[in-house]
Each structure stands twice: as structure tokens, then as C-alpha cells.
Design a protein around this ligand. Sequence first.
Ligand code: ADP
Ligand code: MG
Length: 403
Amino acid sequence: MKSIDDIEVAGRRVLVRSDLNVPLDKSGSGQITDDGRIRASLPVIKKLADRGARVIVMAHLGRPKGEDFAERATGGPSLRVVAGRLAELLGKPVAFATDLVGQSATSTVAGLADGDVALLENVRFEPAETAKDEAERGRLAAELAKLGDVYVGDGFGVVHRKQASVYDLPRLLPHAAGDLVTAEVAVLRRLTQDPAHPYVVVLGGSKVSDKLGVIGNLLGLADRVLIGGGMAYTFLAALGHEVGTSLLEPDHIESCKEILASAAERGVEIVLPTDIVVAPQFAADAAPTVVAADAIPAGQMGLDIGPESRELFAAKLADARTVFWNGPMGVFEFPAFAAGTRAVAEALTKVDGLTVVGGGDSAAAVRSFGLDESSFGHISTGGGASLEYLEGKTLPGLTALEA
Ligand code: ADP
Ligand code: MG
């Protein structure tokens, strides 16, 4: 992979794919609740601008739905708020285009002087960005290619996606990897090449189905897998427990059973919560109760791991020499259900070895607790991307940059 230091950028239009998918306030104010990904993307944007490039940033936000650009742009999350934050952090204006490859993008790019920075509207407002159909993606990539002379891939959080701005576009332009992508890959390499043992993987979060697939492969790497968060309930169901109204993916109960069996066979310890903080509804002010993990009452949902599980998980992390953590242990955005995630985060700060936190929400959780980021080995901007890397998959965004 070429680095941005190897390419000529002065006076050229440089299209940078960044990952600016920041969490927004869940109550609907639209405020950015954690700007970690913007900060992580800043060095490359700044470096390119300082070298006299005309920087055109492309990024996505959320998962907009709708038939076409117009429909998605009406209802979906706009990057405008991100442009504002980016400008504040850069200390200079960021031109914002209200479309991706339309009139606004064309004139915004034409108006850039050397050293200027622009941000294009949410790439996912164009359905072709995420289309399965190569030709459809290719057409969008060709439109994007007209806006720039060079491509820089710096959105680590999306390198596992075969999408127009990640995979198809770099094939049409001279390209290089941004420093964030290079740094992330270097850490992940350390996690896969001769890692120190005990090697503990902690998994949580909400995207159960996204993560189940990768656990199978992690069993070949780790000595111990701790499972909390929303995905724990499908595992508890696999053990035959009732989980009330907790997050549950019935279609995946079978795969959980297979994972448990395969772990037992390989001698990998799987640790599930023994107690759960439940509440009658998904709300910040819902009344929390602690129950045993095998006795979740009907009508109650698990929103965090319980106090006994917090101690158990911390104990299972105490002797680790390598830790990879992806996914919060509970709905940490609500203070009443944040203790499990905080306990795991604190346990990681005490580990004598390499600790890596992967995932946008996990990283946001760590920062929201006010823990010193330097007490973690590495805080990755990409959850899904790091999991797929650890799984040994080839990541389309990296393949495209290597070509
Ligand atoms: P990451 O971004 O770190 O990869 P995910 O996106 O997979 O993590 O999951 C993060 C989300 O999971 C958080 O918004 C959190 O509120 C949610 N979550 C965690 N535990 C639960 C639970 N028990 N029920 C519902 N949502 C949960
Ligand atoms: Mg997330």
C-alpha cells in the first residue's frame, strides 16, 4: 500500500474517503455525542490541506433508507452537522456540498483553492453506493472520479465494505492509504501474529447477527471469549433460558449452540453473564432490577450485565496479556445501564499487555467514562472492519488500496 507521503498532492483535487459516522443524540436533537471519528480523521485531512491539496472528503452517516437520493436526503441524516464540527476542529472553513455527484458537488469542488477542504453530502444518500450490482456501483464511482485527481482511503471503519466510495473508486484513480488506515492495520497485525496469551476477546453490542459469524473464527485465536451486550441474550436462549423482551435473534440460536459446542471442543472458555440488569422498557428512566441470567422475567428486557457479572468479567480479564474488545456490555448511553461497560473498560486499563478497543460505540463509551485514552493500547475506529480482519477475511477496501 502506498502512503500519502508517497504521492504528489499539491494543487491536485484529492478525494478522501473518511469514516465520519459519529453517533448522534438518540433523543433526536441531532447533536454529535462523540466526535472521536472526526478527530481520528483530522490528521490526514489536515496534512493533505497543509501540503496544498484541494481536499474533498467523502463519508457516510447512519443507514439512510429510500428509493433515490431525493427520498434519502429528505429523511436521512445529513453530514452538514459533521462539516460544522470538522471546520471547528480544523480551525478553518469546510465547504459543504448538498449532494454527492450533482450540481452542488461540482460547483463546490470547482470553487476550491489549494489547501481548501470540502465535505460532500452522505454517500449513502446515493443507493448505488451500497448496491450489490457492480455496474451500478461502477457508474457512481465514475461520477465521483470526475471530481478528483487522486484517491486516499482513510476510512478504516468501512474497509470491509465493497462499496462505490471504498472499493470501486480507488480502482479508477491513483490512490494511497491514509495514515489512520495504516496505523489500524499495523495494530491488528499485532493481534494476529504471535499474540501473547492469555488472549481474551470481549464481545457485546447490538448487532448480534453481524458478530455471530466472526466468533467461530475467533475461537482459533483466543483462549477466552466474554459475551455481554445485546448479543448475550441469543446465547442465553441457546442455553434454554427465557430472555423476556431482551434483544433476541431466534434465527441465530442454532449458530450460538454450534459456537458453544465448538468452543468446548477447542478448549476455549466462553463466559456469559450470570446476572442481568433488566427494565420494563428501553428508556433512560426505566426502573432497573438485577436478576439471575437464567431467570429473566417475562415482560422485562436485559439492558446491562449485572454486578456479579461485572466482577466475573473483570476477573477473567485480570491475567490477560492480549485483549480485543468490541461492543458495549449494555445500553451505556443510559447512565443506569452503563456500569457493565464501564467495568470492562476499567478492567482493560489494568491489563498488563496489548489492549485494543474496536467499534464506534465501544470507543465512544470509553471516552464518555472519561477514562484516559492512553491507558488503552489502541482505540480503533472500526468495529466490523477489525472483526473481519481478525477473522482472516480479505477486506475489499484494503485490496483496492493495495492494487
Ligand atoms: P460497536 O459500535 O462498538 O461495534 P455495536 O454498534 O455493535 O458496537 O453496538 C452498540 C450498541 O449496542 C449501543 O448503542 C448499545 O446501546 C447497544 N446495546 C448494548 N447492549 C444492549 C442491550 N442489552 N440491549 C439493547 N441494546 C444494547
Ligand atoms: Mg456501532
